[in-house]
Ligand binder design. Structure first.
Ligand SMILES: C[S@@+](CC[C@H](N)C(=O)[O-])C[C@H]1O[C@@H](n2cnc3c(N)ncnc32)[C@H](O)[C@@H]1O
Length: 98
C-alpha cells in the first residue's frame, strides 16, 4: 500500500521530515524532529478516513502534525470532510509548527 501512496503530497512531506530530521515552527524556523515517523501505524489513520469518509472529525493532540497529515490526505482523497485538530501544548511544546 505504501508504494501506491508515497507520491501523494502529504506522504512526500513526511518522507522529507523523516529524511532530514527537521520540522519548522510557525515562524519558519527549523527545529529537530525527534519523533519517529511510523508509516504503518499512521497508514491506519489514512485508511480510517478513507473507509468512514467522515464529514467532520476531531483529533486530540497533533504535535508536529504527522498524524494530521495522514488524516488530511485521506480527506483530500475522499474529496470532502473537515478535520479539527486541537492540542493544548501546541504553542508551548511545538512552537505552533503542527
Ligand atoms: C504522542 S503525541 C501524538 C501526536 C500526533 N497525534 C502524532 O501521532 O503525530 C501526543 C500529543 O497529545 C497532546 N496532548 C496532551 N494532552 C492533551 C489533551 N488533554 N488534549 C489534547 N491533546 C493533548 C500533546 O501535546 C502531544 O502533541
Amino acid at each position: 500500500m505504501w508504494e501506491q501512496l508515497k507520491s501523494k503530497p502529504a506522504f512526500q512531506l513526511l518522507e522529507e521530515i523523516k529524511r532530514t530530521g527537521i520540522v519548522y515552527d510557525m515562524q519558519g524556523n527549523p527545529c529537530p524532529f525527534e519523533d519517529q515517523v511510523d508509516h504503518e501505524s499512521y497508514l491506519a489513520l489514512y485508511q480510517i478516513m478513507r473507509s468512514f469518509k467522515p464529514d467532520m472529525s476531531l483529533e486530540l493532540g497533533f504535535a508536529h502534525g504527522c498524524s494530521t497529515l495522514y488524516m488530511l490526505q485521506g480527506l483530500a482523497d475522499n474529496g470532502k470532510g473537515t478535520l479539527i485538530s486541537v492540542d493544548p501544548f501546541q504553542l508551548t511544546n511545538y512552537k505552533g509548527g503542527g
